[in-house]
Design a binder for this molecule. Structure first.
Ligand SMILES: Cc1cc2nc3c(=O)[nH]c(=O)nc-3n(C[C@H](O)[C@H](O)[C@H](O)COP(=O)(O)O)c2cc1C
Length: 352
């Protein structure tokens, strides 16, 4: 694929830059020249297979593969992602007020391990800027034909006792503009945020969010560092509060294998997260027990892993770090394998 050739040329240049600089270079380019970069991406990337439409609860998606939160925090390139094959796009995490996040450097590549460690701390341009950007994109006629969701969080200086106000402000400000909300109480880089996963607090917060969302689907995103009992409890609380489904998992503060060698604090993602994420996703699927869709995310760098999560029962999957290490051709490679196996399964029929 041409997109892979372009990646082979671009990767050494991007990897010679600091990880966050490379990230901004790509996002700012897509943002500044949307038509040119969109046309280029579409020119380099063949159209995704057409037989992968599915649903994530009430959301109809052209494919089960989505862009995970955090890559396009401010919605700078919403229109570009479907050109790579993504069937749904999650922007954010957004907070009501803009915030700078933690001091840089705060994003680190573990190249041999194909992992990332980040402690960004919800750097984002804030709710009014995201809402304005989405309004402008919708008005321009370039709004993509795939569902777009907003991952919502609280500002760092908002105490947990007032966290609900931040989450509700995000929902009120983006209601009618996005197709779903993801409640982020699982990022490790905002002090105390994960305490919001405690069942009683979580129940109150989610009930208020579901009510304010007025019918828009609400997903809860969970951390892989929750032990199985706490994970199952959080799932129950979410489903009883009226959430549509669960997104599992966020990054981990644990350091499996050799991923601790950098010694940097923050959340680990990418290949080293895969074994833990897969285990936790399995536990989440069992806890949800068919009450709603589960979107699996964490360490997908190869089509086989995407397929494995779908075979386990996930309704959808998301990718972030895999895109950084395997390049922009990864989504299409995943979709082509899914389409091929789906077509083969149809030919051979269900197993006896
Ligand atoms: C640099 C970076 C920033 C991230 N920011 C967010 C975020 O703002 N909100 C969120 O819910 N998840 C965030 N994530 C987590 C991803 O959405 C995803 O859950 C996690 O990285 C595991 O998937 P992956 O291994 O495919 O990257 C971030 C991940 C990375 C690497």
């Amino acid at each position: 694929m041409l997109v892979d050739l372009a990646w082979r040329i671009a990767r050494p240049l991007l990897f010679s830059l600091d990880a966050e600089r490379a990230h901004h270079l790509v996002l700012d380019t897509l943002d500044r020249w949307p038509r040119l970069s969109g046309a280029l991406l579409r020119g380099l990337t063949p159209a995704p297979p057409a037989n992968l439409q599915t649903t994530l609860g009430p959301l109809r998606v052209p494919s089960p593969l989505g862009l995970a939160a955090g890559l396009d925090k401010d919605g700078q390139a919403i229109a570009a992602w479907p050109a790579l094959g993504f069937g749904f796009v999650e922007v954010g995490t957004v907070t009501p007020r803009p915030q700078a996040g933690n001091p840089a450097p705060r994003m680190f590549r573990l190249v041999p391990e194909r992992g990332l460690i980040n402690r960004m701390g919800f750097n984002n341009a804030g709710l009014p800027a995201l809402a304005e950007r989405i309004r402008a994109l919708r008005a321009s006629g370039n709004w993509p034909g795939v569902p777009v969701g907003a991952n919502i969080g609280k500002n760092k200086d908002t105490p947990n006792d007032l966290a609900e106000d931040d989450y509700l402000a995000n929902v009120a400000g983006l209601r009618g503009l996005v197709d779903w909300f993801t409640v982020n109480v699982s990022s490790p880089n905002t002090p105390g945020l994960r305490d919001l996963q405690e069942p009683e607090r979580l129940g109150r917060l989610l009930r208020a969010i579901v009510q304010t969302a007025s019918g828009a689907p609400v997903f809860l995103k969970l951390a892989p560092d929750l032990e199985p009992t706490a994970l199952a409890e959080a799932v129950d609380v979410a489903m009883l509060a009226g959430c549509t489904g669960i997104i599992a998992t966020n990054t981990t503060i644990s350091r499996p294998g050799s991923s601790g060698r950098l010694g940097e604090a923050g959340g680990l993602s990418g290949a080293p997260l895969w074994p833990l994420a897969q285990e936790r996703i399995g536990q989440v699927l069992r806890a949800v027990d068919g009450r709603g869709p589960v979107i699996g995310v964490g360490g997908i760098t190869h089509p086989d892993q995407a397929e494995a999560l779908l075979a386990m029962g996930c309704a959808g999957i998301q990718v972030y770090s895999g895109l950084i290490f395997e390049g922009p051709g990864l989504p299409l490679r995943i979709l082509r394998q899914l389409a091929r196996h789906k077509a083969q399964a149809r030919l051979t029929g269900p197993a006896a």
